[in-house]
Design a protein around this ligand. Structure first.
Ligand SMILES: Cc1cc2nc3c(=O)[nH]c(=O)nc-3n(C[C@H](O)[C@H](O)[C@H](O)COP(=O)(O)OP(=O)(O)OC[C@H]3O[C@@H](n4cnc5c(N)ncnc54)[C@H](O)[C@@H]3O)c2cc1C
Length: 449
């Protein structure tokens, strides 16, 4: 008899899981239940200022193989493009400054170079020197990312340079994030007598600088989810929100607003707060109470002649202490050479943990706030030619310390069931990580049905 598997959620994780199930065993009847009218979830590309500009994720890491391999499998390998490689700056005291180099994910590793930066004072340089000389306290890798950074680098360096960069990736304060989950390479280095020397050595050994570390399909990230959706075709059910799962003797009941279907197995690939709800009263559900942060991306096109700062970076980060609403700004048409033709396109991020008022505000308020911020920080004299607002509510899970242990408990709890969990709710937000987790979930379920 044909086995039936439901995949809940049509983001990159759900689509990958369904695709993998289909390729592993074409006889399995796979059905993707997507609540909305489109697939892609947090991946969405749309035309803006005459170019395909991503509304959220705009690239994936190539340092790990999973997204690259999926692109190759889908025939997208020869369409991948890479960012220009220009560095990001940091906004402070009314100007955009260079990040002190060399650095590893924002962590400066050379005290002499840091001493030349106007971003921090002598105390920060002394703290970095102490770490370089292995005089700083070693932090338990099970602790928070903030605990590590503050112990090894001091508060000033953490808050003025490292946190703004990491906020651009995780949208949450470093003190709330699990070191082991979000920055495993930092967790490894945390055990070393000098954190920063260990980081620099690991970066040199991995030759990170030798190849572009990010890639994206030329037409935007949605080409990836569209390619998956194309392969899945009628197996995707749109406007099909799943409200509840019930384990019955006949299989797993998938309950929607209008109907209930029984499947032999289910892969849950929904946003973290939905995943927790679908697991119901199970102890596993508590692992997904990740209190996700809401953000919005505001994309703006300007006439280049109206911009008063040199466009010689990929964008800039804004520390919380700078007192602006914008948290980071990507100069998209500079960052991506294939998008350079025409007006200058920038993408500004707003929304901080525990302060989503700006994300919830009306369009006019967001627009005015962001454009005023950009005008001041980039010395812009003219008005925007085009503005687009993309809200991403509850999109950045806060992986708190202990997350990986709780996740391991979930995996153990679900091991005897025909339910698997994938996506950003699990091992991390990065697109390659979501793809990898979906692949693992699909292989486990394929072996059971
Ligand atoms: C603004 C922003 C920028 C980002 N930038 C990057 C980047 O540059 N690089 C990178 O690697 N990562 C980036 N990320 C992270 C990355 O995009 C996400 O972690 C990833 O896309 C999550 O995929 P997912 O499939 O787990 O979940 P989602 O994309 O959230 O997909 C979940 C799907 O489930 C559906 N769903 C919800 N509830 C139900 C239900 N009850 N029943 C059925 N379906 C349901 C949703 O509609 C959605 O389609 C970014 C994220 C955001 C928000």
């Amino acid at each position: 008899m044909t086995s039936r598997v439901a995949v809940i959620g049509g983001g990159i994780a759900g689509l990958t899981a369904a695709h993998r199930l289909m390729t592993l065993d074409p006889s399995v009847d796979v059905e993707v239940h997507e609540a909305s009218g489109r697939v892609g979830g947090n991946i969405k590309t749309s035309p803006f200022a005459g170019r395909p500009i991503d509304e959220a994720a705009d690239a994936f890491l190539t340092r790990v193989p999973w997204a690259l391999e999926l692109c190759a499998e889908l025939g997208l390998a020869d369409q991948l493009v890479h960012p220009s490689g220009l560095p990001a700056g940091i906004y402070a005291s009314g100007a955009i400054h260079d990040l002190p180099t060399p650095h590893v994910m924002g962590v400066p590793v050379d005290p002499a170079a840091l001493a030349r930066s106007p971003l921090v004072g002598d105390d920060a340089v002394a703290a970095l020197m102490a770490d370089a000389e292995a005089r700083s306290p070693v932090v338990d890798p099970a602790d928070s990312l903030g605990a590590l950074l503050r112990a090894r680098l001091g508060d000033e360096l953490t808050e003025r340079i490292v946190e703004p960069l990491l906020h651009g990736v995780y949208a949450a304060p470093v003190d709330q994030l699990s070191l082991a989950t979000v920055t495993p390479q930092f967790a490894d280095a945390a055990r070393a007598p000098s954190f920063t020397r260990a980081l620099a050595d690991a970066a040199a050994a991995s030759h990170e600088t030798a190849t572009p570390i990010f890639a994206a399909p030329r037409g935007g990230m949605q080409e990836l989810t569209d390619a998956l959706a194309h392969r899945l075709g009628p197996r995707i059910r749109f406007a099909s929100p799943v409200e509840r799962l019930t384990v019955a003797s006949s299989g797993v009941e998938v309950v929607g607003p209008d109907d209930t279907s029984v499947f032999d197995a289910v892969i849950i690939a929904t946003p973290t707060h939905v995943t927790g709800g679908l697991l119901g009263a199970s102890p596993a559900a508590s692992a997904f109470a990740l209190d996700p942060v809401s953000v919005a991306f505001v994309t703006v096109a300007f006439d280049p002649d109206t911009i008063g700062v040199p466009l010689d970076r990929s964008g800039f980060l804004v520390p919380a202490a700078a007192g602006h609403t914008v948290t980071a700004c990507s100069w998209t048409s500079v960052k991506w050479p294939h998008l350079a033709e025409g007006s200058v396109v920038v993408r500004a991020a707003v929304g901080r943990a525990d302060d989503d008022a700006i994300v919830a505000a009306d369009d006019q308020t967001i627009r005015t706030t962001v454009v005023d911020d950009l005008r001041e920080m980039m010395h812009i004299t003219g008005s925007p030619e085009e503005v687009r607002i993309s809200r991403w509510p509850k999109s950045f899970p806060r992986y708190r310390p202990g997350h990986l242990d709780r996740l391991a408990a979930v995996t153990a709890e679900l091991a005897d069931t025909r339910i698997a969990v994938a996506g950003a709710a699990t091992a991390g937000i990065g697109i390659p990580t979501c793809i990898h987790g979906a692949d693992i979930a699909a292989r486990r379920i394929a072996a059971m049905v």
